[in-house]
Structure formats: structure tokens, C-alpha cells
Design a protein around this ligand. Structure first.
Ligand SMILES: Nc1ncnc2c1ncn2[C@@H]1O[C@H](COP(=O)(O)OP(=O)(O)OP(=O)(O)O)[C@@H](O)[C@H]1O
Ligand SMILES: [Mg+2]
Length: 268
């Protein structure tokens, strides 16, 4: 496996350098651009996502969630494109991108408040099975769905909360449920938008352990505001600033980058 050294000049003129094997890139973007009227929310972004945790950081309004919306089909780019496992996926609707294995959690929790924890995950598991469109669901496939649902609940540490109505779940555990729902579709890449936002310190630790465990099995792209968390958990960090990649690299390199310190860390 040859390792290529990428050198990209971003719009701000900064050269970002990092090593990533071509064989390891699961998702990439080329010159990705999105305008909202006069505002350019994402401006010529080139990303390469490989194994481990790749964090996207940047101040409020930097374009992080817009980037996720472009990667998952909730928005179509104005120019540039997104490739996933060698296939161009930009322009496909969200369900088609999800079917290909890209899962996401949302910045605002997306659970069904009135359903139980178990039912929330089961609905997500069923959404992947053809059987869900068929009234004659076999006993066997129902059992498969229940087994898979239970497996996911234990993976995210919610096995003892299965019967709890989701709205009664402590907030930190609701975020774990969000992550569980994103895992229900058997993804090969998971995008998490601020999974620790509003969460207590103790629950944050649990969520970080969960993310670390997930990332040992599949790549995770993480949007996270807490810089200490980002520096400790990430294999790679991309700093977005006004829709442009300001810097990119392993944690130590990004931490020591003067422009990042000025533009992001200093004023944050
Ligand atoms: N649908 C939309 N229509 C118009 N403007 C939008 C839309 N979505 C986002 N924006 C604008 O695009 C910019 C980037 O927003 P985005 O939500 O991607 O930022 P963010 O980095 O996720 O911020 P935060 O850290 O606050 O979540 C902001 O100026 C925002 O107001
Ligand atoms: Mg956001």
C-alpha cells in the first residue's frame, strides 16, 4: 500500500499536508461548494476521509453541518462532488446514500420521543430490510430484527433502558440512542454532528468511549466544539473557517498551527 502525501493549497493560501493511503480513503470531496444566496457556506473543500476518527472543527457558522448535509444528500452541491468508495454520490437523495452505508446523527436529536428506546432502534433496523415494505413479515425476519436491535442497544450501553419511553431518557443517553439509530443501518461510515453538545461531563466520557469503540470498526467523522476532546480523540482534524479548509492534519500539527490558533482557538 503506497502512501501518498497530499499537498493542497486552500483558499487562504495555507498549505496543508497529511499522509493518507489511497487505499484507505472511503469518502472524498473535490472542490465541494455550496452557496446560500450571497453566502458561500462551503467553498472549494477537498476532503479525504480514512480510518479512525476524523474531526471537523471550526467556529459557529463555519459550514460544518452544511458539509454533513452535502455528504449525506440533504443538500446538493452547487459545484464539485462527493465520492464514496469510488462512486460519485453527490446528487443522490439521502436514502440512496444511506443505503450505500453512510450514516449520520443530527446536531439536534432525531429520536421519536413517544416510542420506547427499543422501538426507536427497531424502526431504524427495519428501515433497512425489504420486509418492512411487506405486510407478511416472516417470523424469522422479525426475530432477526429484534436480535439486531438488542445487539445495537448493548453496543451503545442502553440494554437496561430498552422499555423506557425515549423522552424520559436522560439527555446524555438520548445522544447514545441517536448514535445507536445511526448504527442500525449497518453503515460503513458514520457522521456524528456534535454528539456531546449539551451533555454532562460524565455522559460525555461515556459517549467518547463509545465513539472510540465504534471507530475501531468503522471510520467516524465527528463535528465537535470541545477542542480538548477533539485533540484527544482524533486521528485527523480538518479546520473549517468561513467555508474554507484553514488547516488539516493530525492533532499535534493542527494544535501548533499558528493560523488555527489565531483564527480559531484564540478567539474561541
Ligand atoms: N438552509 C440554509 N439557508 C441559508 N443559510 C444557511 C442554511 N444552512 C446554513 N446556512 C448558513 O450557512 C452558514 C454555515 O452554517 P452551518 O450550519 O453549516 O454552520 P456550522 O459550522 O454547523 O455552525 P454551528 O457550529 O453553529 O453548528 C451559516 O452562516 C448559516 O447561517
Ligand atoms: Mg452545525
Amino acid at each position: 500500500m503506497a502512501t501518498a502525501i497530499d499537498q493542497k493549497h486552500c483558499h487562504s493560501g495555507v498549505t496543508v499536508t497529511h499522509a493518507i493511503s489511497h487505499d484507505d480513503v472511503i469518502l472524498s470531496t473535490e472542490n465541494l461548494t455550496k452557496h446560500f444566496g450571497a453566502l458561500t457556506a462551503i467553498n472549494g473543500v477537498n476532503l479525504r476521509i480514512g480510518p479512525g476518527v476524523h474531526s471537523i472543527i471550526g467556529p459557529n457558522g463555519a459550514g460544518k453541518t452544511t458539509l454533513f448535509n452535502l455528504l449525506t444528500g440533504f443538500l446538493a452541491p452547487d459545484s464539485g462532488h462527493v465520492s464514496y468508495r469510488g462512486e460519485r454520490i453527490s446528487g443522490l437523495p439521502p436514502y440512496a446514500i444511506s443505503q450505500r452505508g453512510v450514516a449520520r446523527s443530527f446536531q439536534i436529536t432525531s429520536i421519536f420521543a413517544e416510542l420506547s428506546v427499543f422501538e426507536n432502534v427497531r424502526v431504524a433496523v427495519q428501515s433497512r430490510l425489504k420486509a418492512s415494505y411487506n405486510f407478511l413479515i416472516s417470523h424469522r425476519s422479525l426475530k432477526d430484527v429484534e436480535r439486531k436491535t438488542a445487539e445495537i442497544l448493548s453496543r451503545v450501553g442502553l440494554e437496561n433502558w430498552a422499555d423506557t419511553t425515549a423522552k424520559n431518557l436522560p439527555y446524555g443517553l438520548q445522544r447514545c440512542l441517536d448514535i445507536g439509530i445511526s448504527l442500525a443501518t449497518d453503515p460503513s461510515l458514520v457522521l456524528l454532528d456534535e454528539p456531546t453538545s449539551g451533555v454532562s461531563r460524565e455522559d460525555t466520557t461515556n459517549i467518547l468511549q463509545l465513539i472510540a469503540a465504534i471507530s475501531r470498526r468503522l471510520p467516524v467523522v465527528l463535528i465537535e466544539h470541545n477542542i480538548d476532546i477533539v485533540l484527544s480523540i482524533s486521528d485527523m482534524i480538518t479546520v473549517l473557517y468561513q467555508g474554507v479548509v484553514l488547516a488539516e492534519g493530525p492533532p499535534a500539527q493542527v494544535r501548533d498551527d499558528e493560523r488555527v490558533q489565531e483564527a480559531y482557538l484564540g478567539g474561541y
